[in-house]
Design a protein around this ligand. Sequence first.
Ligand SMILES: [Zn+2]
Length: 69
Amino acid sequence: MSAADTAGVCSRCQQPIAGFAPPCDGVTAGYYLASAFPRYANEGDVYICDACMWRDPLYILDHGRIGND
Ligand SMILES: [Zn+2]
């Protein structure tokens, strides 16, 4: 798989990332650059979409959950 094939695709759910628009400095609305967030990235992660990041146990621990439930 070439770099072009994985550009804009979430490394975890393999879904295209909406609004993917590199270059970025690590975070935009919609996705996270794994190399900029080593605390949350798993080995092999390149991009992490917003939905996957919000399912990451460590991320939830640090930032809480969406909503007020
Ligand atoms: Zn994802």
